[in-house]
Each structure stands twice: as structure tokens, then as C-alpha cells.
Design a protein around this ligand. Structure first.
Ligand SMILES: NC(=O)c1ccc[n+]([C@@H]2O[C@H](COP(=O)([O-])OP(=O)(O)OC[C@H]3O[C@@H](n4cnc5c(N)ncnc54)[C@H](OP(=O)(O)O)[C@@H]3O)[C@@H](O)[C@H]2O)c1
Length: 239
């Protein structure tokens, strides 16, 4: 059985990626930070479908020792999905180093070090890495300077690692447009949501399954590396 590690896999897009890879016969390792109950519930659900097919691993990804420990725990790996992320506004007038580190550590540093540390295990299986990027890696979202910069950096990380880790590990990315409204830190009012939907050529949000399907497509596409696919309903046509 092939093994997949999905960071931030307990909820939302990460959980859908876990469901989809599991449905396609992967053993899924669900990484979480705080969401232990949700991760365990998801693992139980998947294990009820197929015995010993899902497990959970906890790690704070800004802590390099926890990242190393997580990598040591993994015996064999076919696909690493760098999905965990931090998203909140950082207006230029209020920039500070704390926000810079907190966003860059999770959105860039953790995927880079997870990828490099796990690359040997991935290469033994001719495996792949899929980074979840964002269409704002190319066209900035107002008031989100550090997030935009972090996603531009993970896009370049994708291409750099594709070159560095070839021919034994493929590295690709998926750039979502508007898929799920942000929770907690960023509440959008209805007018803001309507305004965003107007800009999408297909006139609706995507859903987590659209992202998971593209991750699976890339996992199966053994002659694709270094590519990042926008899954955005044509939003970039109107940006
Ligand atoms: N939602 C969208 O419409 C959208 C649009 C464009 C791009 N994206 C990208 O798609 C991916 C998934 O999006 P999402 O909205 O589903 O993500 P999310 O809910 O904002 O975050 C996913 C998970 O990241 C984990 N995480 C955050 N900080 C962490 C840390 N310090 N250490 C370890 N884990 C940490 C959290 O795990 P715990 O809950 O366990 O703490 C969280 O559940 C992200 O890369 C995001 O940038 C999403």
C-alpha cells in the first residue's frame, strides 16, 4: 500500500485530500497541530472503511525539532502533501517580525524542510510532493503582504525542488482560488463575498474536492514535475 502524509489534514481541504487519497488505496498519515479530536475521528472513519489504513501524527510545524521527529517516525512515503498554512491580513502599515515569522515558518520553511528531510524516503518509492500554493502567489491579495510573499516563495520552492530532486522525486503544486471562506481570524461580510464571487469566471466558489482531485491527478501523473495547476474557476482570467 502506498503511504501519503498530509499536513494540516484534520479539517477542510486537508481532510478532503486525506479522504480522496484513502479512497484511492493510500495509507494516510493525518498530520495535525491542535485538532487532535478531528484528526482521530477522521482516522477512525478511514480505518472503519479499511483496517490499518490511517494514522495521525501531531507536530507544531514552526518547531524544527518537531518537524525532524515527525520525519523520523515515517518509515516509508509515496506522497507528501504540504497543505498546512496560516492566513491572516498583514497591512503594510502594521508589519511586524512576529507575523512575518509566524506565516513564513508554516507556509514556506516547514514545507521546505519536510520535503528535504523526507526526500530520501520519497525517492526510494519514486514518490512525489504536492504543495498547496494559492493563486495569490502570482497576483497579490490586498492587505495580505506576508501571505502573498509566502505563497510566491512556496511556488518557487516547488519549482526549485522539482529540479533538485529529479529524477527520483516529482514536485508539483496546486493553486486554489476561492474554495472555502476563511474561518476565525478573517470574517468576510456578505458584500465582500459577493464581490469576490463576481470576479470568478465560473461564478461560484470551488470546493475542497476540486483541490483533492487535482492532488490525486498529480500523484498519478508520472511525467509531470515542476508544474503548478491553478484550480480557480477562471478567477485569474479576471484579476
Ligand atoms: N480555503 C481556501 O479557499 C484556499 C484558497 C487558496 C489557497 N488555499 C490553501 O489551501 C490549503 C488549505 O486551506 P484551508 O483553508 O483548508 O487551510 P486552514 O484550514 O487555514 O489550515 C489548515 C491546517 O493548517 C494547520 N496549521 C496551521 N498552523 C500550523 C502550525 N503552526 N503547525 C502545524 N499545523 C498548522 C492547522 O492544523 P490544526 O487545525 O491541527 O491546528 C489547520 O487545520 C492552504 O495551504 C491554503 O493556503 C486555501
Amino acid at each position: 500500500m502506498k503511504t501519503a502524509l498530509v499536513t494540516g489534514g484534520a479539517h477542510r481541504i486537508g481532510a478532503q485530500i486525506c479522504h480522496t487519497l484513502h479512497k484511492n488505496n493510500y495509507h494516510v498519515i493525518i498530520h495535525y497541530r491542535n485538532s487532535s479530536q478531528a484528526a482521530q475521528n477522521l482516522a477512525n472513519k478511514l480505518n472503519n472503511i479499511r483496517q490499518n489504513s490511517a494514522s495521525t501524527l501531531q507536530a507544531e510545524l514552526s518547531n524544527s525539532q518537531e518537524v525532524s521527529k515527525l520525519c523520523d517516525t515515517i518509515k516509508s512515503l509515496n506522497i507528501l502533501v504540504n497543505n498546512a498554512s496560516v492566513f491572516y491580513p498583514t497591512p503594510i502599515s502594521q508589519l511586524n517580525q512576529h507575523d512575518y515569522k509566524s506565516i513564513m515558518n508554516i507556509n514556506v520553511m516547514a514545507p521546505l524542510f519536510l520535503s528535504s528531510t523526507l526526500s530520501k524516503k520519497l525517492s526510494q518509492n519514486q514518490g512525489c510532493i504536492v504543495n498547496i500554493v494559492d493563486i495569490h502567489s502570482e497576483r497579490p491579495l490586498k492587505n495580505h503582504a506576508i501571505y502573498n510573499i509566502s505563497k510566491a516563495a512556496i511556488a518557487m520552492t516547488t519549482k526549485t525542488l522539482a529540479k533538485e530532486l529529479a529524477p527520483n522525486v516529482r514536485v508539483c503544486g496546486v493553486s486554489p482560488g476561492s474554495i472555502l471562506w476563511p474561518e476565525q481570524t478573517v470574517e468576510l461580510d456578505q458584500a465582500q463575498k459577493d464581490n469576490m464571487l463576481k470576479k470568478i469566471a465560473l461564478k461560484k466558489q470551488g470546493n475542497a474536492q476540486d483541490i483533492a482531485d487535482t492532488v490525486l491527478f498529480l500523484a498519478n501523473s508520472i511525467y509531470i514535475t515542476g508544474q503548478i495547476i491553478n484550480v480557480d474557476g477562471g478567477r485569474t482570467l479576471n484579476q
